[in-house]
Ligand binder design. Structure first.
Ligand SMILES: [Fe+2]
Length: 176
């Protein structure tokens, strides 16, 4: 069986439904950053880009009177937990290998520590790459969630990433 592609993940109705909440443009940019960082730090690009694309798939809509309520969000958010679980289920349903699905899910779980108790976590290189990629696309006041992109452009960029990953497979493969 071939690799589960970013395109398959992206086009899935679950992804389309939930990623719209946090922004497709942000998800695509973070996947692109993850590709670059994964190459730089010799991390598995397939895992890193999948985790990056899906990292915000667990968002709930924190709207109050038509506007995103940041305080309500800060207080109640568990999007990393929800996202890890949702992404894992989606990956498995598309035929992803279990070991890979777990690594990707945990990278999503740890992409932010905003919901965790105070303390220090030792992230592995894959988890660091995904967290860094998210930060690289962040804008003040959560504005990265409002960036817009049309579907064709998003799909083109996703396909370009898939092609780069497929090409790289013939050369070297980093560790997960
Ligand atoms: Fe994000």
């Amino acid at each position: 069986m071939g690799r589960v592609t970013l395109e398959e993940l992206f086009l899935h109705p679950i992804t389309q439904k939930y990623l719209k909440r946090s922004g497709i443009a942000h998800a695509v940019s973070v996947a692109e950053y993850a590709y670059i960082f994964a190459k730089r730090f010799n991390v598995n690009v397939d895992y890193a880009t999948k985790a990056a694309l899906l990292h915000d798939i667990g968002h709930y809509t924190w709207y109050r009177d038509g506007e995103w309520d940041y305080d309500l969000y800060k207080e109640n958010d568990i999007h990393a937990i929800k996202g890890a679980s949702r992404a894992h289920k989606l990956l498995i349903s598309l035929g992803e290998e279990r070991h890979a699905a777990k690594k990707i899910a945990i990278a999503i779980l740890l992409h932010t520590d905003s919901y965790l108790p105070e303390g220090h976590l030792e992230l592995d290189p894959l988890q660091q790459v995904v967290a860094m990629a998210d930060e690289a696309d962040e804008e003040g006041g959560g504005n990265h969630h409002y960036k817009r992109i049309d579907n064709d452009t998003a799909l083109e960029r996703i396909r370009a990433l898939d092609a780069q990953i497929a090409n790289g497979k013939n050369k070297t493969q980093g560790v997960g």
